[in-house]
Design a protein around this ligand. Structure first.
Ligand SMILES: *Cc1c(COP(=O)(O)O)cnc(C)c1O
Length: 406
């Protein structure tokens, strides 16, 4: 475990986080991505852009989201005191709205007419359709036909918000095919369209840009926690799919001494290949979707099938900055299983009256385990990345019986 500060300026000008990140794309895309990088590097220091984003975060998203001391849960578990950063209270119910607003605002300032993206469970699709509706851009969301059937409420939301939902019928008809088709559509016209990525993944500048749009979470949390307790949290815990909510919380604390950080990956049903999505825990470095990072891959470098009860966490890659933070030992990457996450989902609902997203429940599950091992003077701040409304039907159908719901 390493709680030492690290002050590496990340990424370098080419988008490298140590040996990770970068840009592994066809030449045609290289130029477009360089333009986006330049536009972003200019705008991020532009007072008008910063003000626009600040106002949206405050008046539209509802930032700053509070920090709540989970006294009942802490008491019940014994050990460290657990606090929750209530990102779940943000408009649309999760953190993705932060980087969608940032990217759509950037696209608009660059004169783009349309934002496009793929979506798996539909969370990124909803957040992007929301930002596009607000800022007046067209929005195309590519979604596999299998996911369309599974994720009906989000499909309806995307349509109500005025975005175009494009069903993807090739191959397995899920996320990977949706990425392929959205990407092809993007390549046809990368001038008037902007590809908005849903996490701190993809080629440079996306891992950097999405992190920058999310870091507001940690900046707020640092100030709020100090105000509440007179010091900084001893431990930070966040779930890791692509890694955007985790890096959003961690960034403001990376240079602080004595803070242990935990990124929680889904160990699903077991750590056997195909039954989890614990990319850093079980993966090896490789290239996927235009960037280098830890990956779950076979001997040929093909991505393995991944699984988690939380569809927002089942990605075979992870943001490149996390790979570096793993290698230098600044962040501890740990796991929580489906079962632990569902237990935590019900525990938090029943002792605090807060229904977490099943993704966020992985962070809560690990925090509960960690708290037990620590002294009651110690504190844990959990990033509650989203609310569980989207999950209730599925959770009750699959697990309700075990928790007294018929
Ligand atoms: C999408 C999602 C995640 C996973 O994405 P990250 O980029 O790892 O943050 C986590 N929590 C919620 C609520 C999500 O919707």
């Amino acid at each position: 475990m390493n709680s030492k500060p690290q002050t590496i300026e990340m990424p370098d000008a080419r988008g490298n986080f140590g040996e990770y990140g970068g840009r592994y794309v066809p030449e045609q895309l290289e130029t477009v991505l360089e333009e986006i990088t330049e536009a972003y590097n200019t705008l991020k220091n532009d007072e008008g852009f910063k003000r626009d984003l600040r106002v949206l975060y405050k008046d539209y998203v509802g930032r700053p989201s509070p920090i709540f001391y989970a006294k009942n849960l802490s008491k019940k578990i014994g050990g460290a005191q657990i606090y929750l950063k209530r990102v779940d209270l943000n408009h649309t119910g999760a953190h993705k709205i932060n980087h969608c607003l940032g990217q759509v605002l950037l696209a608009k300032k660059m004169g783009k007419k349309k934002v496009i993206a793929e979506t798996g469970a539909g969370q990124h699709g909803v957040a992007l359709a929301t930002a596009a509706a607000l800022l007046g851009l067209e929005c195309d969301i590519y979604m596999g036909e299998v996911d369309i059937i599974k994720e009906k409420p989000n499909v309806i939301r995307i349509k109500i918000l005025g975005a175009r939902l494009i069903p993807v019928s090739r191959g397995a008809k899920t996320l990977k095919e949706a990425v392929d088709e959205a990407f092809e559509a993007y390549l046809i016209d990368p001038i008037t369209q902007f590809y908005a990525i849903g996490s701190v993944v993809g080629p440079h500048p996306f891992p950097m840009m999405v992190r920058d749009f999310q870091q507001v979470v940690g900046i707020e949390a640092k100030e709020q926690f100090r105000e509440k307790t007179g010091k900084l949290p001893d431990n930070l815990v966040a779930c890791v799919g692509g890694g955007s909510n985790a890096i959003g919380l961690f960034t403001a604390f990376l240079e602080e001494e004595g803070i242990n950080m935990y990124g929680v990956e889904p160990s699903g049903l077991s750590l056997k290949a195909g039954e989890h999505a614990a990319t850093i825990t079980m993966g090896t470095p490789g290239v996927l979707h235009g960037f280098k990072s830890y990956l779950l891959q076979d001997e040929k470098g093909e991505p393995l099938n991944v699984y988690s009860v939380a569809s927002g966490l089942d990605y075979p890659g992870v943001g490149p900055q996390h790979s570096l933070l793993k290698d230098i030992g600044r962040v501890n990457y740990v796991t929580a299983s489906d079962k632990e996450a569902i237990d935590a989902f019900f525990e938090l609902s029943r002792v605090e009256g807060i229904i977490p997203a099943v993704e966020s429940a992985h962070a809560v599950a690990y925090a509960m385990k960690l708290a037990k091992k620590l002294d009651n003077k110690e504190t844990i701040l959990v990033n509650l990345s989203g609310r569980g409304d989207k999950d209730i039907d599925f959770v009750v159908e699959a697990y309700g019986k075990n928790y007294g719901i018929e």
